[in-house]
Design a protein around this ligand. Sequence first.
Ligand SMILES: [Ca+2]
Length: 551
Amino acid sequence: MKKRLSQIPHILLVLLGVFFICKPSLAANYYIRAGASGANNGSSWANAWTTFGAVTWARGNTYFVAGGSYNEDVTITTAESGANWIIIKKANAVDNSGEAGWNASYADIQAVINGKFVIYNGYFEMDGVTGSGMSGHGIKISVTASASVLAFSSGASPRHLHRLDLQGPGFDFGSAGTDGIYYNSTAANSKGLYISYCWIHEIPRNGVSVGNVIGTSYSDYGMLFENNVLGRTGGVAIAYPAIHGQGMQIAYSQTDSYNIIRNNAFYNIYSQAPISYLGLGTHSNSRIYNNVFYSTDPSIYSLASAIYMHNLSVSVADIYVYNNTFYNLGGYASHIRNDFVGATNIEVKNNLWVNCPFGQRHTNITATANNDYYNNYGVNIPSGETNQKTETADPFINSTGYDLHLKPGANARDGGIDLSAIFSTDKDGASRPPGLWDIGAYEYGGVLPPSLPPDTGSAVFNKTKTYPSPFKLEAGKTLKIIELPLNAVIKIYNMNGVLIKELKETDFNNSGYVEWDGKDQNNEPVSRGIYYYSASDEKGNKKTGKFTVLK
Ligand SMILES: [Ca+2]
């Protein structure tokens, strides 16, 4: 593009010049690094601010944070200035390598803020850059006292949080009840609250507590909460029952609309419900899909319901609960409970319940279809629903390990109704074939999109790659998958998501790689094409990649 600059009319260059002169401040990069010993002015990695407290925050800037410990409470009060953002971003090679003083350890080591984080205004983003599930997050905020881990003051402008590990003082800590993320908006807020790939855990009261998250359409959402893991929340209510913990509390005495809650895992929650729409609020247009809800010990993690709409709500309308998986929940019931009589368009479809209590069946739901129930217990297990399904055996690949992907023989496979007008992928991002929808959060053998970027979520797999690339299938030649952590397991899939081969790093003398001869499980050479691999280790770290096989 550079060589074309001379073709740009001079008048445009003049206009660009005027634009830059008039703009109050140009976006700039600044640096925060514990242990830096320079001028402590943020101008470079050498002169980085050593604490968040030393930073001069200004709109339009990006603040890169190196790995290390920051033992402080952080409060940012900088007023908004139009749509100029403050961005806090983990140090990373893509943005920072090549800068003076750069060291790869700034990216590799987690930045840990040991203190609460409070942000007064919007147009604020914090991005850990790496991490998904329960590992690899570039930035961690850890609180050990009675305080919300991350709190926003009220106001209607965007707040975005990505790839953060937000750890509270403990599941049942203290006597006051504090939250993971707290935000009370004030008005319609275009793409207002966006939270993705965060791990929110060890929270005494609500994992997420929001009010007035108001959108104008699903593309212009009030809240998008996706690909997060939220668990170990609400336990303060065990000793202090007057404090009602929830997994996610939406709108007490407030309005909410156009919220999307998708592709998340909710685990080990003690509460009224993992997702609760509370009283005196106006609740409309929520889509809750492709989530998994489970507990590892139903005797501890007790629920009154799975999703709850309070009877004192001002109104409840258009709440869609689709393709979620509920497994091994504890307590009284795991039903979809709408206590607000007169609600409209409350739909519960394509959901799967296994090993769950049903002291109560779904209440005040306007449409149920193609839900699947297996091995649940209690006196009110749903019956007679439209196209209701069941299983003849545990439908999950590995329920004792809480891997809730479907087994080959599960009736949930192709047992759902097509909801592709609303969404077309599963919790993994794999496509759901038109007309052949599965029930629950995962599509069996769902096809990962060919454009799927490598999942660099887990730092231990950051250097993992295939060699050679592309791989030409010839006798005696092998594909190596290298830079693997100890005891990694590799599964190779074809374009249709069919498992071709499983390889273990232990079978190659724990040498940090595996080798594949290009043959399937029947020892037949595979055909040419695109293949995927998923790598995982025993700590739950994961990576997905793809490679090409030529002949
Ligand atoms: Ca299917």
